[in-house]
Design a binder for this molecule. Structure first.
Ligand SMILES: [Cu+2]
Length: 151
């Protein structure tokens, strides 16, 4: 009987020990989950930095309210990466902003806008680009400028 009791106690202790280990495992699991979340956040930061060379920049452009064929800036400069162009056209005559590279390939454009604002986001590598309004006659009339993108 004594031996049996000792055995039972031993088993009970063993089970308690296993249960305690189980508890520890759960704790480890939570720690691991927390670490994973931290890593995910870091990965997202890295991913954002990796996309388009890291930078996000915003360019503001506008046209005069009298409807003349012009932008307020004849040249713009920004950093490579994700470039957002905010365009404000208070005139009743519609305009837009198109960006093309040095070979004349269109990389992006805003919506046509009148009496309002619009925007578009384009991934740009370092280089020299041209922005213009593609409403017939407007580019020729002066709605054109140079966009320089630096590293
Ligand atoms: Cu225009």
């Amino acid at each position: 009987m004594r031996k049996a009791s000792i055995l039972l106690v031993a088993i009970a202790l063993a089970l308690f020990g296993l249960a305690a280990c189980g508890g520890d495992d759960d704790g480890d699991g939570e720690t691991t989950a927390a670490e994973a979340t931290t890593e995910e956040t870091a990965a997202e930061d890295g991913g954002a930095a990796g996309a388009g060379g890291g930078a996000e920049s915003t360019i503001s452009l506008s046209s005069p309210a009298d409807g003349s064929f012009a932008y307020d800036r004849e040249s713009l400069e920004t950093k490579a990466g994700s470039v957002t162009i905010n365009y404000d056209n208070p005139a009743t005559l519609s305009h837009d902003v198109v960006v093309e590279d040095s070979t004349g390939t269109e990389l992006g454009k805003t919506d046509l806008v009148s009496e309002g604002t619009t925007s578009t986001t384009i991934e740009l590598e370092p280089g020299t680009y041209t922005y213009y309004c593609d409403v017939p006659g407007h580019r020729e009339g002066g709605m054109e400028g140079t966009l320089t993108v630096t590293k």
